[in-house]
Design a protein around this ligand. Sequence first.
Ligand code: FES
Length: 112
Amino acid sequence: MITGVPASWYLVADSQEALPFQSNGIAVVQAGERSVCIARLTDGRLYAFAQRCPHVGVPLSEGWLDALGRVVCPGHAYRFDVCNGRNTSGEGYQLKTYALRVDLEGVFVRVP
Ligand code: FES
């Protein structure tokens, strides 16, 4: 039984060092037809999430990471946990997150 479109892993960089991080610690990569943000937290962990804020679509790549590693939207300052997409500032939105893996072949993001 087909239950939906299967997700695919996309190579987004040849290595972690090749990710195009901006000064805010967020990189934007292309996974298939989807623009995806990758955040690098202070401990080096990487998390992938949607480029557009679930509120009204402002690019999260133009936001910033707070001291707890949450992405802050530049639109209206809603905050999202980049690990699970939870809206930690309490407005009730859910940020889409994506699986990410790093291996010897590069950095991969899994998107539908
Ligand atoms: S568009 Fe992101 S908080 Fe409003």
